[in-house]
Design a protein around this ligand. Sequence first.
Ligand SMILES: [Zn+2]
Length: 301
Amino acid sequence: MLKKITAAVLSLLTVLSFSSCAGKQETSESGKVKVTVSFNALKEFTAAVGGDKVEISTMVPDGMEPHDFEPKAADIAALSQAKVFVINGLGMESWAEKAVAAAGNDNLIQVNASKGATPLKSADDSADEEHGQYDPHLWLSLKGAEIEVKNISDGLCEADPANAEYYKKNCESYTAKLESLFQEYKTKFSAAKKKTFVTGHAAFAYLCRDFGLEQSSVEDVFAEGEPSAKKLAQLADYCKKNNVKTVFVEKMVSPEISETLARQVGAKTVAIYTMEGAEDNKSYLDRAKANLSAIEASLKE
Ligand SMILES: [Zn+2]
């Protein structure tokens, strides 16, 4: 008797969830799961796990600084049709809660990709109003990426249990690639005498935690909005003291101050990727490897 009732309830639930899904078009015409992600790195992770079973739309357009992003009506519309919404969390998407409320999508599965990570406090005291108290740049750490990929995999399994094995397998093989790159550079960085590097945007605190390194950022010079001559002079002193021969620059952050600093201390500028947008048509793993190899080279100078 109980079994019969359970079966009836289950089939009723199936019908209910089926009908509510059907009205919302959470799968694309080709039957793929619609996933909305906030910015580029999460798109990469979702594509690695979701493969050909997902259709991904990215909210923050390429070329836009995601820290300053505000969703448009079209983004809310996409979110109202999505099955899964992936954010980085840690205050990176201060707009997400409002966007989800506006989308009014009761079936939306939300993935906070940084869930379970040990957060670092934001280095910038003035960042509290803008991004909260934590440093959001977890995806630039390979160990952080492993956590994000796993959370995304869990979300896709929940959204599409029929393909759970597929997602889990992709998650495992992508995690193995992240881990092997991590192990390679763990060895290299532990052998390096110099442990500090200077970059434009202070986005590498989690990467530094992975490898026992220390970042210093040109961005601090802008702390009060205007470039401060005093801060720049302090940073120049720091560079000279620490024998810094490379200043890293990112596409999204104004490179002029980095160039000025580099000239002052006789260093060169080298590009580094933040993966907040698409860059040079390169994958996450390509860019992670390029970053690590450039940082390693700078530590040997
Ligand atoms: Zn950033």
